[in-house]
Design a protein around this ligand. Structure first.
Ligand SMILES: [Zn+2]
Length: 456
């Protein structure tokens, strides 16, 4: 135990007097006084115990740790295009631009967001989230029609896209893209990535020794990217991904692509990309000019997110007689809707599920982490009001729960989006403007960190 300084002062003074008095009998009552003085609180101590005056500014709240929610059940359809024409499609690799426009419209009609290569990679790398179901557009080879025909349509829809270019077919005249056209593509939402140097089948050794084969593969993988960086790196649009010519590769190609530092490589196997799919073997639906055989399945997500429990809780169910029975779980805001409101109420109807254990329910929301929802077991209704304006444009929600007596979790995940312009306009309509002190106060409140209270 340590003695506060004032105690020491009083003590030493008391002892001094006591020593001075020596064995005098008067010393005993004096020491009693000293003892009382030691037990008594000072005025400062008493003041310190009083509640602080209300005028004092409270200290800022401790920063809340933001928890990034990645929707690992999201799925992406990557589309692969090649060349375009205004005339009839004479072969599979050349698509009529009017058909291309209808396909872009079909993506919009299906309410499927189109994401950029960077968004795709950030999701795969666990850095940012994407909508539960979305599309990515890629165009291979660097045909001039990418600029003269497709670019206008992509700009019209405002879709991001990626062009995979091979060095030997850049700015060489004829139907190849010029440097200026590539720069214009980069400035119009296009990501520039590599499609090799020579566009040869990388899996074919062509009689080379193992060492010569490796050297050749390294040239195709490394030099192609170096060339793109050198010529277009300043646009900020070059991203280190690779599309295998003809979609063909082998294990050695994959090893050297990894060694070359590629963030992802693309094949032509038409399948949805899930979070677990190997980054060096991302599938693509190659869209043919003469048939929709690949395009239609790319847009078919089967409705609703897949649950980890194996059931598709958000998908339309069919009753025994074949009639539509609606999904098992309904959510609001609906998956992939675009809201003009940054303070939505999240609602989940679990009433069709039997025996959900209320204590097992965990709700997580982008930017807020685990949140304190309300749940009424009688109605099966779960709700959570977003407490502070969402600052993200895509909000992911994840809900997990168990059934009473079961150890297995079921979960659903979905995303909805915020339209920043609509939100801005609606807040302009209701708020008198920034000069209004009340509006300013609300604005600053919206910027303070959200307080997330863990639920049970
Ligand atoms: Zn190609």
């Amino acid at each position: 135990m340590t003695f506060p300084m004032r105690h020491l002062t009083v003590l030493s003074a008391g002892l001094g007097v006591a020593l001075l008095l020596g064995s005098c009998e008067k010393a005993a009552p004096y020491l009693d006084k000293v003892k009382k003085a030691l037990d008594r609180e000072t005025e400062e101590e008493i003041a310190a115990r009083q509640p602080k005056p209300p005028t004092e500014i409270p200290p800022p709240p401790a920063p809340v740790k933001m928890e990034l929610v990645i929707n690992k059940e999201a799925r992406v359809s990557v589309l692969g295009y090649h060349d375009f024409t205004e005339g009839a499609s004479s072969n599979d690799m050349i698509l009529n631009v009017a058909d291309f426009r209808s396909q872009m419209q079909a993506i919009r009609d299906a309410k499927l967001p189109v994401i950029s290569m960077r968004q795709f990679l950030d999701w795969k790398q666990g850095k940012a989230d994407i909508p539960a179901q979305c599309v990515m557009i890629t165009i291979d080879d660097g045909w001039k029609a990418t600029h003269t025909l497709a670019l206008g349509v992509l700009k019209e829809f405002g879709y991001p896209f990626t062009v995979f270019l091979y060095k030997n077919y850049i700015h060489i005249g004829g139907r190849s893209l010029t440097h200026d056209e590539i720069r214009e593509i980069a400035a119009s939402g296009g990501t520039i990535s590599s499609h090799s140097v020579s566009h040869k089948n990388l899996s074919s050794r062509g009689g080379r020794s193992p060492a010569a084969y490796d050297a050749w593969l390294r040239e195709e993988l490394v030099e192609s990217m170096r060339f793109l960086e050198e010529n277009y790196g300043d646009t900020g649009a070059v991203v280190k991904t690779f599309a295998f010519p003809f979609g063909i590769y082998n294990d050695r190609v994959l090893e050297l692509a990894r060694e070359a530092g590629y963030e992802a490589c693309f094949t032509v196997n038409g399948k949805k990309t899930t979070w677990e799919i190997e980054d060096m073997e991302i599938g693509r639906y190659v869209v043919h000019g003469t048939t929709l055989a690949n395009f239609d399945p790319a847009l078919d997500f089967g409705g609703g997110a897949v649950t980890t429990g194996g059931r598709r809780l958000l998908a339309e169910q069919t009753s025994a007689d074949g009639a539509a029975a609606g999904p098992l779980v309904t959510v609001k805001p609906d998956a992939n809707t675009v809201l003009g409101n940054r303070l939505p109420l999240i609602e989940v109807d679990l009433s069709k599920l039997q025996g959900v254990d209320p204590a097992s329910i965990i709700l997580r929301v982008s930017g807020f982490g685990r949140v304190a929802h309300t749940y009424d077991p009688a109605s099966g209704r779960l709700a959570y009001q977003i407490p502070q304006r969402l600052r993200v444009e895509t909000c992911a929600v994840q809900l997990s729960f168990r059934h009473a007596g079961s150890k297995q979790n079921e979960s659903i995940g979905w995303t909805f989006r915020i339209d920043p312009l609509a939100d801005y306009l609606s807040s302009e309509a209701t708020a008198p403007g920034k000069s209004d002190p009340v509006a300013e106060k609300e604005e600053s409140a919206a910027l303070s960190p959200p307080t997330a209270t863990p639920s049970l």
